[in-house]
Design a protein around this ligand. Structure first.
Ligand code: NAI
Length: 327
C-alpha cells in the first residue's frame, strides 16, 4: 500500500521554499514509497509568486505529488497536515534588537501553534526553520497545548557545516565524520562538539591535533557561516538550509543507522540538566520509529562551559518571551 503525507510549508515562495518544495515532491523527504500533498502558505503579497512556483511544480510532473494548495490563510494551509514546515519568519533587519525580533516572530508563532492544534492532523508535527527557530518553536509549542514530542527546530545545517569543516581539515571524505552534535541554540552560542564527533570512528580531537584550530577557528567558522554566505552570495543560505530541512525530517521519520546520531532541537525532558520544555539541540537517534535523545555523552571543562553558555541564552530567550506575554 502506498503511504501519503500532507505537508504544509509556510513562506513557500521564499528562497528556502523555492529550494525545498521540489525535493519534497520528488520523494527525498519522506521516501519514494510515500505520496505527497503540498499545502503552501504565503503572505497575500507573495501569492502571485507562489502561483508561479506551483506552475513549476506542475511542470515537473512528479509521480509522487498528488495535490498542491496555495493559500494565505493559516487554518486552510494546516488543514489535515501531518507535518508543518515553518520556514516563513521575519528576519532580523539592521538596527533591530533581539527583543524586537522575538516579539515580531512571536506574533507569527503563537497563532501558528493554535492553528496547528485546531486544524492539523491528529499526529501533526512542527519543524521550525524560521529564526530564531528554537524560541519560535517554543512559542508555537506553548500556544498549541499539544504534546511536546511533536515540536522540532533545525540545527542540521550547522551539523553539516561542522562536518565539512572537520573533513576538510583532516583531509578525509565527509562520510568519515559522524556523531557531529550541535548542542543548544541555533545561534552564535551553539556548541559544535568536536570532542565527541568522530572521524573514522576516532574522536575528531585525536585525529585533528590542532586544538587551537578546533576550539577557535573551527567553532567560529561554523557559528558565522551564515554571515559569510550572505557576504559572498549577496543572499542568505537557501539551498543548503533546504537540504538540511529535507534531511532533518528524513532523520525524524526513518531509523538511524547503527552507531550514528543526528542533531535536532526538541523539547527537553531534562536530559543533561537542561530545563524541561526548553527547545534544545541534542544528539538524537530514531530506533524502531521511536525518537531518543542519546544520553551519556560527556563534556570536558571546555565543553561544559560552551554548553552552559548556549543553555543560558535559551533560558534568557524564554524569559524574554514570557515577559512579553508570548508564552
Ligand atoms: P525569504 O525572505 O526568502 O522567504 C521567507 C518567506 O516567508 C517570504 O516569501 C515571506 O513572504 C514569507 N512569510 C513571512 N512571514 C510569513 C507568515 N507569517 N506566514 C507565511 N509566510 C510568511 O527567507 P528564506 O531565505 O527563505 O529564509 C526563511 C527563514 O529561514 C528565515 O527566518 C531565516 O532566518 C531562516 N533560516 C534558518 C536556518 C536554520 O538553520 N535554522 C538556515 C537558513 C535560514
Amino acid at each position: 500500500t502506498t503511504k501519503r503525507v500532507r505537508v504544509a510549508v509556510t513562506g513557500a515562495a521564499g528562497q528556502i521554499g523555492y529550494a525545498i518544495l521540489f525535493r519534497i515532491a520528488s520523494g527525498q523527504m519522506f521516501g519514494t514509497d510515500t505520496e505527497v500533498e503540498l499545502s503552501l502558505l504565503e503572505l497575500p503579497v507573495a501569492l502571485g509568486a507562489l502561483e508561479g512556483v506551483k506552475m513549476e511544480l506542475d511542470d515537473c510532473a512528479f509521480p509522487l505529488l498528488k495535490n498542491i494548495k496555495c493559500t494565505d490563510k493559516m487554518e486552510e494551509a494546516f488543514d489535515g497536515a501531518n507535518w508543518i514546515l515553518a520556514i516563513g519568519a521575519v528576519p532580523r533587519k539592521d538596527g533591530m534588537e533581539r527583543a524586537d525580533l522575538l516579539k515580531v516572530n512571536g506574533g507569527i508563532f503563537g497563532p501558528l501553534g493554535k492553528a496547528m492544534a485546531s486544524h492539523g492532523a491528529s499526529d501533526c508535527k512542527l519543524f521550525v526553520v524560521g529564526n530564531p527557530c528554537n524560541t519560535n518553536c517554543l512559542i508555537a509549542m506553548e500556544s498549541s497545548g499539544l504534546p511536546k514530542e511533536r515540536f522540532f527546530a533545525m540545527t542540521a545545517l550547522d551539523e553539516n557545516r561542522a562536518k565539512t569543516q572537520l573533513a576538510m581539515k583532516a583531509g578525509v571524505d565527509v562520510t568519515e565524520v559522524t556523531n557531529m552534535t550541535i548542542w543548544g541554540n541555533h545561534s552564535a552560542t551553539q556548541y559544535p562538539d568536536f570532542y565527541n564527533a568522530k572521524i573514522g570512528g576516532k574522536s575528531a580531537a585525536e585525529v585533528i591535533t590542532d586544538t587551537e584550530w578546533l576550539s577557535g577557528e573551527f567553532i567560529s567558522v561554523v557559528q558565522k557561516r551564515g554571515a559569510a554566505i550572505i557576504k559572498a552570495r549577496g543572499a542568505s543560505s537557501a539551498a543548503s538550509a533546504a537540504n538540511a530541512c529535507v534531511q532533518g525530517v528524513y532523520n525524524l521519520t526513518h531509523d538511524t543507522p547503527a552507531g550514528e546520531t543526528f542533531s535536532m532541537c526538541l523539547a527537553s525532558k531534562g536530559e543533561y540538566g537542561v530545563d524541561e520544555g526548553l527547545i534544545f539541540s541534542y544528539p538524537c537517534r530514531v530506533e524502531g520509529g521511536i525518537l531518543k535523545v542519546v544520553e551519556g555523552v560527556e563534556h570536558n571543562a571546555f565543553g561544559q562551559e560552551k554548553f552552559q553558555t548556549t543553555l543560558e541564552e535559551l533560558r534568557s530567550e524564554k524569559a524574554s518571551v514570557k515577559e512579553m506575554g508570548l508564552i
